[in-house]
Design a protein around this ligand. Structure first.
Ligand SMILES: *Cc1c(COP(=O)(O)O)cnc(C)c1O
Length: 462
């Protein structure tokens, strides 16, 4: 291993230097991928030296997500303490189904989950698990909601028509999961939102009533804490009331911004969270661990066992269920995603996690201030969101984002809301500073000045 670790260090050193020199990797059009790099696999292996050359080339050609020029998705940065935990998890290579196979690492996962449960204000009846992403934790919540309606569904399949509710601004995993769960994506009701992007409780209430009249069984309300485009927070107390009234499972998809749980300043955005049935969040988004680290927390853990426990003599041979989390997980073999969160949390403390979360809102404030103080920009998003949506000089957002990418300037995406298309700047990398946000705008402005003639000006965005 020592030789491999030395090699690893050599490559990472090269990458870090390259990140500083070129914060955006060279643009390789997908059509030119195979003519630019030799990715082929051959019958004969390579000699070590050639292998290293080819590996370095591959690494330096890969899109960079840890630099101050990456704002494209809902993650970014390279948190050292979390990276260390994840590298160690790879070296240890445990599988998180049994205490026998993962030992003390089961304790690591339990501590992380239990500490989150405390922060939610739940008691010892609560439980949780870690799955391979926010889509999967949403799926697990849907399965528990489905099974909670009828004990026999696990064995007989869905017999009665079910309906689930989510806002038009929610994540696409909701209809996808409805099809996986045998509920059917046609039975997802997309509830309209207010001007801030929050699900309308009135519209939810009438959709539920209509379904009951038509013989559907309302099964799940999927609320969102941080919608994918605007970063809006559905107002949980109003949705909770409707769910209680009709006995509907309430899940909060906090994949993007559920980590406000760690911030005394911003946890009011998930007010009412103590009353929901399940809650998920991605530590690989706001907390900044490497992908993936997605936690699902359930107020009553018996639902986790009800939906996910299966007997398997060849696997469960020692210890009680509480130490064999394979009984509450979607997968069988499962990588140790808890360790990276634990190493980070252990080293910076809960207050350190709070600083990480608060920093992102501060950076979003910097971006909104910049936009509002500059008449060339139009702002489309609101306070308390780390998605800062804007247009510049009436230039098509789609066109601008694509050209910034193709000319290796910045990685940033665009989105739509309420008939407008705009650039979506996500200030999720807490390693950025105020200057990095200002630099983003300066790079964009210089780029537009240089290439001004090549942009489409769309009247619609003005
Ligand atoms: C990112 C996101 C998801 C999906 O999470 P993955 O880990 O990418 O599967 C789900 N919901 C919301 C609101 C998200 O932002």
């Amino acid at each position: 291993m020592q030789k491999t670790i030395a090699l690893f260090q050599e490559i990472v050193t090269l990458l870090e230097a390259d990140d500083k020199k070129r914060p955006v990797a060279p643009f390789i059009p997908s059509e030119a991928l195979h003519t630019t790099l030799d990715l082929t696999l051959k019958d004969q292996g390579m000699v070590d030296e050639d292998f290293l050359v080819s590996l370095k080339e591959l690494i330096l050609s890969t899109p960079k997500t840890a630099t101050h020029a990456f704002f494209n998705q809902l993650f970014g940065g390279r948190n050292e303490k979390a990276v260390l935990g994840d590298l160690l998890a790879v070296i240890l290579n445990n599988s998180m189904y049994t205490y026998k196979a993962a030992g003390v690492q089961i304790g690591v996962e339990k501590v992380v989950l239990e500490k989150c449960i405390d922060l939610l204000g739940w008691d010892h009846h609560a439980g949780g698990t870690i799955a391979s992403g926010g889509s999967m934790t949403n799926f697990m919540a849907l399965l528990m909601a489905r099974d909670s309606k009828d004990n026999e569904i696990r064995h007989q399949g869905v017999q009665k028509r079910m309906a689930i509710y989510t806002s038009v601004e929610s994540h696409y995993s909701v209809p996808k999961n409805a099809s996986f769960a045998g509920i059917g994506s046609d039975n997802v009701r997309f509830i309209p939102v207010d001007k801030y992007g929050r699900m309308s409780p009135e519209a939810l209430s009438s959709a539920v009533k209509k379904d009951i009249e038509n013989g559907f069984n309302p099964t799940l309300v999927n609320a969102t804490a941080g919608t994918t485009v605007l970063g809006a927070f559905d107002y949980i107390p109003s949705l909770s009331k409707i769910c209680k009234e009709h006995n509907i499972w309430l899940h909060v998809d906090g994949a993007y911004c559920g980590s406000v749980l760690f911030s005394n300043k911003y946890k009011h955005l998930i007010e009412g969270i103590e009353a929901v049935d399940s809650f998920s969040f991605n530590a690989h988004k706001m907390i900044g661990t490497p992908l993936t680290c997605s936690l699902l927390l359930v107020k009553n853990k018996s639902y986790l066992y009800h939906s996910f426990a299966n007997e398997a003599d060849y696997l469960y041979q020692t210890d009680e269920d509480d130490f064999n989390p394979g009984k509450t997980s979607l997968q069988c073999g499962r990588r140790n995603d808890a360790l990276k969160f634990w190493t980070l949390w252990k080293s910076v403390g809960t207050l350190g996690l709070e600083r990480i979360v608060n920093k992102q809102f501060e950076l979003a404030d910097v971006a909104r201030d910049y936009i509002q103080n500059n008449p060339d920009y139009i702002l489309y998003s609101y306070e308390n969101s780390i998605s800062v949506c804007f247009n510049y000089q009436g230039i098509s957002a789609r066109d601008l984002c694509t050209q910034l990418y193709e000319k290796s300037q910045l990685l940033v995406g665009y989105g739509n809301f309420d008939g407008h298309e705009f650039v979506r700047l996500v200030t999720i990398n807490a390693q950025n500073e105020k200057e990095d946000i200002v630099r983003f705008f300066k790079v964009l402005e210089h780029f537009v000045a240089e290439y001004s003639s090549s942009f489409q000006i769309s009247a619609k965005t003005m």
